[in-house]
Design a protein. Structure first.
Length: 277
């Protein structure tokens, strides 16, 4: 644990709280965390864990070496404008706000001819709330190796991390892992409904569906074999699994999933253009 690292959160909602829970006592003491959020209940929640809190940007920001912007994308420009006066030369900016490109935020924080370059943009997902997230990260050229290491360590406190090259790659991250939990929840809903349709109680179907998804994912993560090989091992010719998979193949499940991810990536690009104006 680094007693010297002080971290400011601009926005103290669910994702910020998840990160704070992962960081406190690991990366730095809870007393080294500061949140800026206008909601009194949010401020009280942060104070109860040992952090400091303010309703609006204040001088406490300039003592924090890392700022994490965790606001809604439509609020990010206003938040950047309101906080930039307290930026120090070495402040590392980490943005977990969806839809705003790194160079756009860099422009809002810097000067017209000198955008802020010490900036990492991240795309976490909601399983971070239970410490099981996965986050894509992309750094601007001004982030040195120590800054990258710190950003990685911070996001790793709530799950796994994957570095990508740029904002374009983060559109793909958004489409796959950022939105991905919703795809899993949709499939989970369908599994439960299917189980009920063939005679299970709702409680039985839910428990079996949850256990199946968790176990299959864990097996795939720990196996050296690709998912296709694992699928083939479960599938006996003429058996029950083969009958089910035939239905998925007739519906062209693979193409449907690919099209869904492509649609999400395209929407991510559109949102970046809309919010970045």
């Amino acid at each position: 644990m680094d007693q010297q690292t002080s971290i400011a959160f601009i926005g103290g909602g669910n994702m910020a709280s998840a990160l704070a829970s992962g960081l406190a006592g690991k990366t730095c003491p809870a007393s080294n965390l500061h949140v800026v959020d206008p909601n009194p209940a949010v401020q009280d929640a942060w104070r109860s864990r040992g952090a400091t809190a303010a309703a609006a940007p204040d001088a406490a920001l300039q003592a924090c070496g890392v700022w994490i912007y965790a606001v809604k994308p439509q609020q990010l420009r206003e938040a950047a404008t309101a906080t930039r006066a307290w930026l120090q030369p070495g402040t590392l900016i980490i943005s977990v706000a969806a839809g705003i490109r790194a160079d756009t935020l860099a422009g809002w924080l810097g000067e017209p001819d000198a955008p802020w370059q010490n900036l990492v943009r991240c795309m976490p997902n909601t399983p971070a709330l239970v410490g099981a997230g996965i986050t894509g990260l992309a750094a601007l050229p001004g982030v040195d190796s120590a800054g990258r290491e710190l950003a990685e360590r911070m996001l790793a406190s709530v799950g796994q991390v994957v570095w990508v090259d740029d904002d374009a790659a983060l559109d793909a991250v958004t489409a796959l892992s950022g939105s991905g939990p919703a795809y899993v929840f949709l499939f989970l809903e369908a599994l439960i409904a299917g189980g009920i349709a063939v005679g299970l109680s709702p409680a039985q179907a839910r428990r079996l569906a949850l256990g199946t998804l968790a176990g299959a994912t864990q097996l795939a993560a720990q196996s050296d074999d690709p998912p296709a090989v694992l699928r083939e091992r479960v599938t006996s010719k003429g058996g029950t699994t083969a009958a089910a998979l035939q239905v998925f193949q007739q519906a062209d499940l693979a193409a449907t999933v690919r099209q869904a991810i492509e649609a999400a990536a395209q929407r991510s690009r559109e949102l970046a253009s809309e919010f970045g104006k």
